[in-house]
Design a protein around this ligand. Sequence first.
Ligand SMILES: *Cc1c(COP(=O)(O)O)cnc(C)c1O
Length: 364
Amino acid sequence: MRIMPNRMDRGFFRYQAEFEAKALEVLRSGWYVLGGEVEAFEKEFAAYTGAAHCVGLASGLDALWLAFRILGIGEGDEVIVQANTYIASVMGITINGATPVFVEPDAFYNMDAEQIEERITERTRAILSVHLYGQASYMEPITALCRKYGLKLVEDCAQSHGACYRGRMTGTFGDIGCFSFYPSKNLGGFGDGGAIVTDDASIASDMRMYRNYGSEKRYYNKVVGANSRLDELQAGLLRVRLGHMEELTRERRRLAERYNGLLRNDAVRLPQVREGSDSVWHQYVIACEERDRLKAWLEEKGVGSIIHYPIPPHLSEAYEYLGYGRGSFPRTEHCADTVLSIPMYNGMTAEEQDYVIETINEFR
Ligand SMILES: *Cc1c(COP(=O)(O)O)cnc(C)c1O
């Protein structure tokens, strides 16, 4: 048996008729950018998260950098972010000329809230909380610190569509929640896409201006903006998938519970979920001191796996200029050396999952 780490085709074929009907509807409409599908998706996604406003964008990275741009965070400002994140989180900060200040992860791979306060300086302007692998971060101390020091709070929800902390959805705790709809995400489109959610009407209207060359009215440009529009085709297809999100999330939870109950190998640590947080299992991430040997063993048996992420941002070539080296963030580096995402996707069969479980349990 060959099992891929992710199967985006399964999510398409399950709702094939609906997706195809919507695609044809949009193609035949003659309107392809900023129209009724985007407007409807924005309303539906805002309602799904519980936020007042949603603005569709071209990608998750755009959501992040435009969020900081609109909050006025740039040169000379510092933003606190966890060190063990996907590099796009950090790029959202540095594209604006601001400086990322890294914090190590907790036992759940999210920002260790206990380390934040000691990293706050007079230049700190915001915290970027990443709900990594689909699990909501520990929000109480983070929101408390933002209040205490007057900091903005931006959330990177690219992996956490639908995940709640104490019943409230990720993306709605701070000033701006940033989402990606890249095909492999829990709410994935068929190309690139992203969005922000916010309760602040002026942030939402600024975002609408920035995504469209800084213009509110055609040919009147107030700021130097971007071309970052969610297109009609993606928005229409995302509406179809959003209509099935509860079922899709339930299925991922069932798969994760099965892994939790049946994986048994002393060399492998299973993912933990914090009390009060829930996970939508964007990834099912195990850890193993002999990770590379485990990965090779799985590969040999036909089971694909992925490392999220092998090189932490502070050690990547792009961020050499920040001046960190190996040893700067030992917990983050240990994560990079030990984590492994095993197959987890909507439409995974019991037979496929049993084979993955059996293969991991046999690893010696
Ligand atoms: C995918 C991802 C992004 C970037 O989203 P794109 O749509 O690919 O630009 C940002 N942050 C995290 C944590 C992600 O997983």
